[in-house]
Design a protein around this ligand. Structure first.
Ligand code: ADP
Ligand code: ZN
Ligand code: ZN
Length: 676
């Protein structure tokens, strides 16, 4: 019989391998099979019976796992996704299963019941009312639209739930989920980053009971992830709340999929099979004939365009619940700030510092958003041209003051800060620019009485530290939170009344065509943090471009206007959603090897499908990382099917070519890349 196993990447075998077993096994059964000298997990894919003679030549299946088979819906999803993203079937299938499954025993799969619902201390009481509130009209209409799709034979366009923070989207998810559960169905809820939104888990647990809910995300220990996965697979867990990896969970009675913050970039995997969990969620719902609800205040332009064209059905939540006003947004023109002596970059506006102090005196909190961690992005010698570059990458190493290191954020290379300039021996080495660490220090100097907390990937690395720091914020033990975009996500900070974004312009002028879309989403989401508990929230944005249409649209909270403009630009430039892209990436130690490989690939593609656009290779924006030169080449098509057909024909040739460069080249195909 045919068993899907995970073969080394791009081994070029995308069919399952043949094994023998005494009796026919049903497709979807989990088995252990020999592969080379190892014994690995496999999924029975097809079970033709072979003649004795044929079977004799095959290796035997070693064991059956004590679990129900993966159902046809799951297998169909895997087969589609593997084909669409140009990966091996077995590779994709096995990537979707939890590690450690092949050693699973009935005991390790048993779910331990949690004694009490794990309600994070961080949750405001209002979020926890387990008796559902009466829905307003817009919410009722949204829930009704979902419920209509539970009926057999109903049309099921994907539903876009559009509403700002606090407009009651989560309440719609909860009601729709309740309806699915009442029908005995399972609900899959996808969120960008579970650790940043403990409230959501707590709200689902409070409403439905923690014992019906499991989470699936990469921060779980392998043992727990295995138990949670198996609870979903066996239908014991009715609700699965997870990050992008959960989209491939086995859910035998799937009845509803919710994707919260559907625009979030973290739904797109940046390695492995590079799939988009949001897109697969939409596909999975269509295959399973169940409703899918995509929620956002700032939908991705793909989703928005679908809602304009009528392919998706849009549901609007036009107002914040209880008519709480949106925070007032102010633009601070940095070109008009007085420059203080010796400081090259504009300091923080005095008015902003005063505003933070006022909030502190009132017992309110401020969030300062700076998308750059570390103390300073680069150190520079005061006497010569030396800068703290990374010897292995085309990037600067970032100065981290707490442990006095220079760290490369691309390859991780870390060294103590040199006492003297490595080039000229001068001891006067200066930080240039500002990261969160420096900002937190500066706030401490400007406002000595303020209790400042820094929240970024560096301060939250240790297990439990993020939760502990969030708890401090919720408990009112800090006045000012300085952090990266991590702090803009879904936290329900009740005491925050001021949010400030300090360097949004770096995203405004990024080469990535999605950067404006991301910036708008980030700022509107950050604005949603201000004044959640009542009116009077304010958002300050320090920019050198106050007239920029993006900021002007933001002032009016005008996502639709912003999106219309962006879509026009995308159409004119032939970019998604008006074009479909695939990116072939390659790295090599020799600077030009990857480029030459990609150029040859482009030529092959051009011959196979001359009607598509095959662009010559270009260096990656960070051209060298960990001593590997990175190149990429783009394929573009106005329509998806011809692109899919071309990839299908092209990939075997690419693999063939890559085999000649084995050992000197790494490569990967990225279908629907998140940026170019
Ligand atoms: P969103 O997900 O859009 O940010 P939520 O669903 O979290 O919005 O709603 C914001 C707050 O308002 C929550 O505390 C929620 O419990 C409450 N809420 C939502 N809908 C209603 C309603 N119809 N009546 C009263 N309170 C509501
Ligand atoms: Zn020097
Ligand atoms: Zn580096």
């Amino acid at each position: 019989m045919q068993v899907a196993v995970s073969l080394p990447q791009h081994a070029g075998l995308d069919t399952a391998l043949d094994y023998r077993y005494g009796e026919a096994l049903s497709p979807g059964q989990l088995v252990r099979v020999p592969l080379g000298r190892r014994e690995v997990l496999g999924v029975v894919w097809a079970s033709e019976l072979l003649s004795d003679e044929e079977a004799q030549a095959l290796k035997p299946v070693q064991a059956l796992l004590p679990l129900p088979a993966l159902d046809a819906g799951w297998r169909r999803l895997v087969a589609f996704a593997a084909g669409y993203y140009q990966r091996g079937l077995g590779e994709f299938a096995l990537q979707a299963l939890p590690v450690g499954l092949h050693q699973a025993t009935p005991a390790t799969l048993q779910r331990r019941q949690r004694a009490t619902p794990q309600v994070a201390h961080s949750v405001g009481a209002a979020g926890l009312a387990s008796a559902p509130p009466m829905l307003n009209e817009a919410q009722q209409a949204a829930v009704a639209a979902v419920c209509a799709q539970f009926e057999p034979g109903a049309a099921r366009p994907p539903l876009l739930l559009w509403g700002v923070t606090g407009s009651g989207k989560t309440e719609v998810y909860l009601h729709a989920a309740a309806e699915a559960l009442a029908r005995g169905l399972q609900v899959l809820v996808l969120v960008p980053e579970i650790n940043l939104t403990p409230q959501l888990e707590a709200r689902f647990a409070a409403r439905f009971g923690a014992e019906r809910l499991v989470t699936l995300h990469s921060a779980l220990t392998p043992a727990r992830r295995l138990r949670h996965w198996s609870a979903a697979h066996r239908g014991e867990a009715q609700l699965v709340l997870g990050t992008r990896l959960a989209v491939m969970a086995s859910l035998p009675r799937l009845g509803l999929i919710v994707v919260d913050e559907e625009h979030d970039a973290s739904f797109k995997a940046q390695d492995g099979a590079r799939h988009s969990a949001r897109d697969l969620a939409v596909l999975r719902a269509a295959q399973a004939e169940v409703p899918v609800l995509l929620g956002s205040a700032t939908p991705s332009l793909e989703t928005w365009q679908h809602s304009l064209s009528g392919r998706y059905h849009r549901l609007d939540l036009p107002q914040r619940v209880n008519a709480a006003p949106l925070p007032a947004i102010r633009l601070l023109d940095t070109t008009r700030l007085p420059r203080s002596k010796g400081v090259a970059q504009p300091p923080m506006a005095q008015a902003l510092i005063d505003a933070i102090e006022q909030r502190r005196l009132r017992g309110e909190q401020s969030l300062l958003l700076l998308n750059r961690r570390g103390y300073a992005p680069v150190l520079q010698c005061g006497a010569c041209a030396w800068k703290s570059d990374c010897p292995h990458c085309s990037a600067w190493r970032v100065f981290h003051k707490s442990d006095r290191t220079l760290r490369c954020h691309h390859c991780g290379f870390t060294e103590p800060v040199p006492k003297r300039c490595p080039d000229c021996g001068n001891t006067d080495i200066l930080p240039v620019g500002r990261g969160t660490e420096r900002l937190a220090e500066q706030i401490g100097e400007w406002l000595p009485q303020a209790r400042v907390l820094r929240l970024d990937a560096d301060t939250t690395r240790a297990v439990g530290s993020l939760e502990a720091q969030l708890a401090q914020v919720h408990a009112g033990e800090v006045d000012v939170v300085v952090g990266t975009q991590m702090i803009a996500k879904g936290h329900d900070f009740r005491r925050v009344s001021l949010v400030a974004a300090l360097n949004p312009d770096t995203m405004l002028f990024s080469s990535d065509f999605r950067a404006p879309e991301r910036l708008f989403a980030l700022l509107l989401q950050a604005a949603g943090r201000a004044g959640r508990a009542g009116g009077g929230g304010e958002v300050w944005i320090q920019t050198g471009q106050p007239q920029h249409p993006l900021f002007q649209a933001l002032l009016r909270s005008d996502y639709a206007g912003f999106a219309a403009r962006q879509l026009e630009e995308r159409q004119a430039a032939g970019l998604p959603p008006f074009a479909h892209l695939a990116l072939l990436r390659a790295d090599s130690r020799e600077q030009l090897q990857a480029r030459d490989f990609l150029a040859a690939c482009a030529e092959l593609g051009q011959q196979l499908a001359p009607e598509l656009s095959w662009y010559p290779p270009v260096p990656h924006p960070v051209a060298r990382v960990a001593n590997q030169w990175r190149w990429q080449m783009l394929v573009e098509s106005p329509h998806r099917p011809p692109l899919q057909r071309a990839l299908q024909a092209w990939m075997p040739e690419v693999m063939q070519l890559a085999r000649q460069h084995r050992g000197v080249l790494r490569w990967a195909i990225d279908v629907d890349p998140s940026g170019i």
